[in-house]
Design a protein. Structure first.
Ligand SMILES: Cc1cc2nc3c(=O)[nH]c(=O)nc-3n(C[C@H](O)[C@H](O)[C@H](O)COP(=O)(O)OP(=O)(O)OC[C@H]3O[C@@H](n4cnc5c(N)ncnc54)[C@H](O)[C@@H]3O)c2cc1C
Length: 464
């Protein structure tokens, strides 16, 4: 098979990252055909912006959710033109946590406009509504095979696969994971619908746990919800919305190691506490510097971070709107939601229910019964554990390598080129978004990937 004369670009995954990369290629007036591969028909929405409930909200204020870094008000301007929102005050919208579905509608409009631009410029965009099952790479050319057997060659290929489903936690008898009472995909409506028993176990207690609790309530589930996670931290609200803490940023200059960073951050946390404030404004001030620190840390420091601070960072960074937090608190007070700290040991199907065995922080084994288990433990990033996935195959073939912590794909972040097993960045093979977590740690939110997709599109445009 030979490459056609017209250059071809493949984008695997048409969530926000893939869609925005395609849009910027169009804006750059690329002289190439763009192929977007995704079995999900809703371009741009991915899991995040195709919620099963209109009540599920963005966890970032609208003012920070523009799809275009060069037009920071783009989303807010669009919202204010919608009949449902145009009577509202701009400042209120800028600081509001709007429905994720509304954001999905915005992305649809952004995509529509880009398609018109592509037609006008004579750029072909081909949507291939299929799953990619195999990736090969030879002589700077990528070969893609889809589930239906479509086999094509590309001059450039972007892996924009985002987050994977949560991995199954290790338990004594993994055959449970075939049970009809187990739901590995928490973003699927099926996970929260049609529950007959009176208790549900949610594995994990982050933002997805909150979405799932809201989903269960909306579906009329009135039984008890138990969330189990290693630390059982309480999820935090956005308490100081809009507050900017500038002092920390000034003192970060020149810092380059984890120990000094932790000492500095804790000293600021103690300081703001004397004013009755909590740590969130400090975490927000640190956030723009995280990628730089992560790139400077040694592998030992990264391991220490993962062991000692990862969960704390997760709690401080992943916060929820105040009124959702109130709802979660009310459910806890009423005893309808219980947040447990402990480690899952086994899950056993028993007489139309599931028996849950876990050890608490004192290592004591206990058990309770539920009628369903929903996995909200966060995306699996170890490709060896993925089931029949092209990323696993590409890794086995040496086309890509994972970082030592198996957080993502080893990539030359300066130009997004994926490194091969010899560490060499490969021509025409790129990734962005969640696959850069090993390189950057924070690489999944819109404010990060909108810039990455723009930069990557420019790199591809220049290289073709
Ligand atoms: C529930 C949820 C809520 C979020 N809320 C926010 C928020 O409010 N603000 C914010 O900034 N960020 C939020 N995020 C972060 C979010 O991940 C990003 O904003 C963004 O959606 C990521 O886009 P992506 O394209 O990188 O990944 P995804 O949206 O995951 O898209 C990846 C796409 O790749 C496709 N794909 C995967 N494998 C294959 C294959 N083999 N073949 C073909 N296609 C494939 C998938 O079908 C999917 O459509 C949220 C994330 C989640 C999960």
């Amino acid at each position: 098979m030979d490459l056609p004369k017209q250059k071809r670009i493949a984008i695997i995954g048409a969530g926000f990252s893939g869609m925005m990369t395609a849009i910027h290629l169009v804006k750059n007036n690329i002289k190439a055909e763009i192929y977007l591969f995704d079995s999900n028909p809703q371009i741009g929405r991915g899991v995040a912006y195709a919620p099963y409930s209109k009540k599920q909200l963005l966890n970032v204020v609208a003012g920070k959710m523009s799809a275009f870094p060069e037009h920071p008000n783009h989303f807010v301007d669009w919202v204010l033109k919608q009949p449902s929102h145009k009577a509202l005050d701009r400042n209120m919208i800028v600081n509001a946590f709007l429905p994720r579905d509304l954001y999905g509608q915005y992305l649809e409009k952004v995509w529509e406009a880009a398609n018109q631009e592509a037609v006008y410029s004579g750029i072909k965009i081909q949507i291939v509504q299929e799953k990619v099952i195999q990736l090969d790479y030879n002589n700077d050319t990528s070969s893609i095979l889809t589930a239906s057997g479509l086999d094509m060659l590309f001059d450039a290929c972007v892996i924009a696969t985002g987050n994977q489903l949560p991995g199954n936690p290790n338990i004594d008898d993994a055959s449970f994971y075939n049970s009809k009472y187990y739901f590995q995909n928490p973003w699927d409506l099926k996970a929260v619908k049609g529950i007959s028993g009176n208790a549900v176990l949610i594995l994990g207690n982050g933002l997805t746990m909150v979405d799932t609790v809201i989903g269960l309530q909306e579906q009329g589930f009135s039984g008890k919800i138990i969330s189990l996670s290693p630390n059982g931290f309480n999820i935090l609200p956005h308490r100081h919305n809009g507050m900017v803490y500038e002092q920390l940023s000034k003192e970060l200059t020149g810092l380059d190691n984890l120990k000094d960073l932790v000492t500095l951050v804790y000293s600021h946390v103690r300081l703001v506490r004397t004013f009755g404030l909590t740590a969130e404004p400090i975490i927000d001030a640190l956030r723009p510097h995280v990628q730089r620190f992560w790139q400077q840390f040694s592998i030992e420091e990264k391991k220490i971070f993962m062991k000692k601070y990862r969960h704390l960072w997760g709690v401080a960074r992943h916060r929820i709107p105040m009124h959702i937090h109130d709802k979660i608190q009310r459910l806890q007070i009423e005893g309808r939601l219980q947040i447990l700290a402990g480690k899952i040991q086994n899950l056993k199907e028993k007489e139309n229910s599931v028996e849950v065995f876990y050890t608490n922080k004192e290592d004591l084994l206990s058990s309770f019964k539920v009628s369903r288990v929903i996995n909200c433990t966060g995306p699996e990033s170890d490709f060896d554990k993925l089931h029949q996935h092209f990323l696993k195959g590409a890794k086995e073939k040496g086309i890509l390598v994972q970082d030592e912590l198996k957080l993502g794909i080893q990539t030359n972040v300066a130009d997004y080129r994926i490194r091969n097993e010899k560490g060499k960045p490969q021509a025409g093979l790129y990734t962005l978004g969640a696959n850069l977590r090993g390189e950057l740690w924070e690489s999944t939110a819109v404010n990060e990937i909108r810039q990455q997709s723009k930069d990557l599109a420019l790199i591809i445009s220049n290289s073709l």
